[in-house]
Write a protein that binds this ligand. Structure first.
Ligand code: 5GP
Length: 116
């Protein structure tokens, strides 16, 4: 069985984190340690530990994550300038929280996609 992370507590608001968006499928809030001027996390309400665990049944939810990213990018005023959507998966991908999340980062030039 998958273990809950701090993100489940944020979804249920057991930890007070201001939510930028929430519906029946997804929740969005600001990253606690922003890596760019604008850094938002968009997560499924359902616990899916990694992208490796995504199932066909989750396609609606993953699609919603993208449409919510688009909406929040516009609200942040970063849609025209541009932004990046990132999923990290497992250790090599740098995943720290095992509840999938889409990083929406922007608000300034982001530089090269990878620096290995
Ligand atoms: P990952 O490295 O797993 O892709 O990203 C996890 C992200 O979650 C990190 O950018 C980290 O700053 C953020 N994060 C971890 N714990 C919390 C928290 O309690 N609240 C918020 N808002 N963000 C968190």
């Amino acid at each position: 069985m998958s273990e809950e992370t701090i993100f489940s507590k944020i979804i249920r608001q057991e930890i007070a984190t201001p939510l930028l968006y929430q519906d029946d499928l997804v929740t969005a809030f600001r990253d606690i340690s922003p890596k760019a001027k604008s850094h938002i996390l968009i997560i499924p309400n359902k616990l899916i530990p990694t992208i490796n665990d995504v199932a066909e049944d989750d396609e609606l939810c993953l699609g919603r994550m993208v449409t919510v990213a688009k909406k929040l990018a516009k609200e942040e005023g970063i849609d025209e300038g541009g932004y990046r959507l990132i999923f990290n998966c497992n250790e090599d991908g740098g995943q720290e929280v095992y509840h999938i999340h889409m990083h929406l980062v922007g608000g300034e030039p982001l530089g090269p996609m990878l620096s290995i």
